[in-house]
Design a protein around this ligand. Structure first.
Ligand SMILES: [Zn+2]
Length: 311
């Protein structure tokens, strides 16, 4: 049976058997969304109170050490079931969804969130569930379990980034290396480089090359700060790499009216901003979003320079 079919069946049975999942997925139908128009592209803002635990998660070493890990199998809810993937991974229904179909794909082993050795798994996942965008939040880039390797996936079609890549109004071809197209984004508020190609080895090699260069700039970190989104398009993988400067914007730490509780991760940078508090959903403006993106991401010319190093 294909993974797509297994995942469909998993959703079907979990939404029947598991009260928490059923409740949260049915509430998602009523979730409020607003569209912020930037002219040539748009950003969605989703008011999603259930995401508070993720957005406000304490991810410092001390807090992480003192809590039971919610991704370890012995601590998962008793009603949560999974589909085994690739030796040591399990595909789970995410009980706090942003997407109509939202998965967490977790390692069966409790080990640190790291991408370098697991990039191939991400490609394999995207290939196995082609109706989904698979995404990775680095340990200081939105992952609420930085100590336990995992990916997430959401059904295609929600994040504006996906469509914006194919309509080409913000992308320019930088280069073609070993059959892999490297695309640079412009006038898009955040520095992104995208790769498109069908050669798994070549994609892996280019990613590793980029990773090595980027780690030189952020050599005080457990790994260079990254959000990554991967999907399948025909026989190709489409990979969006979003290098990060900081974990959370200043607004996150302010008090009173100036506070915006927003902790950007792959989905936010993919164009769906999650606000767990209603007041933030109502008040957030275009300028706030531009300001937050410019704090947490590299700008477009910096990204081009980073990538020119590996060309
Ligand atoms: Zn764990």
């Amino acid at each position: 049976m294909s993974y797509s079919k297994k995942v469909n069946e998993l959703f079907h049975s979990q939404l029947k058997e598991w009260e928490l999942a059923r409740l949260n997925y049915s509430q998602l139908n009523a979730v409020r969304t607003k569209i912020i128009d930037f002219g040539t592209f748009k950003i969605l803002v989703q008011f999603n109170p259930e995401r508070m635990r993720s957005s406000a998660a304490k991810v410092d070493a001390k807090s992480i050490e003192s809590r039971p890990c919610f991704l370890c199998s012995e601590n998962r809810p008793s009603d949560q079931r999974g589909v085994a993937f690739d030796q040591n991974m399990t595909i789970l229904v995410n009980p706090y969804p942003i997407f109509q179909r939202h998965l967490t794909i977790t390692s069966e082993e409790h080990k640190d969130q790291r991408i370098l050795q697991n990039f191939g798994t991400m490609l394999a996942l995207a290939e196995a569930i082609p109706d989904f965008v698979v995404f990775y939040n680095g340990p200081e880039c939105g992952a609420s379990a930085p100590d336990h390797l995992h990916f997430q996936a959401g059904n295609s079609g929600l994040m504006p980034l996906e469509e914006d890549f194919f309509n080409g109004s913000h992308t320019r071809l930088l280069s073609v290396i070993k059959g892999v197209e490297l695309w640079h984004w412009y006038n898009y508020l955040r520095g992104i480089v995208s790769m498109q190609g069908s050669d798994r080895e070549a994609l892996n090699e280019i990613f590793q090359g980029f990773y090595q260069k980027f780690s030189l700039i952020q050599n005080d970190k457990p790994e260079p700060m990254l959000n990554i989104l991967v999907s399948r398009y025909k026989k190709d993988w489409v990979i969006h790499i979003i290098p990060r400067k900081v974990h959370r914007p200043v607004q996150f730490f302010l008090e009173g009216d100036d506070k915006i509780l927003l902790s950007p991760a792959s989905v936010d940078l993919g164009g769906v901003i999650i606000t767990p508090r209603e007041e933030d959903f109502l008040k957030i403006t275009k300028d706030d979003i531009a300001g937050i993106f410019s704090q947490v991401c590299f700008d477009e010319s910096e990204i081009t320079y980073l990538f020119s190093q590996i060309l």
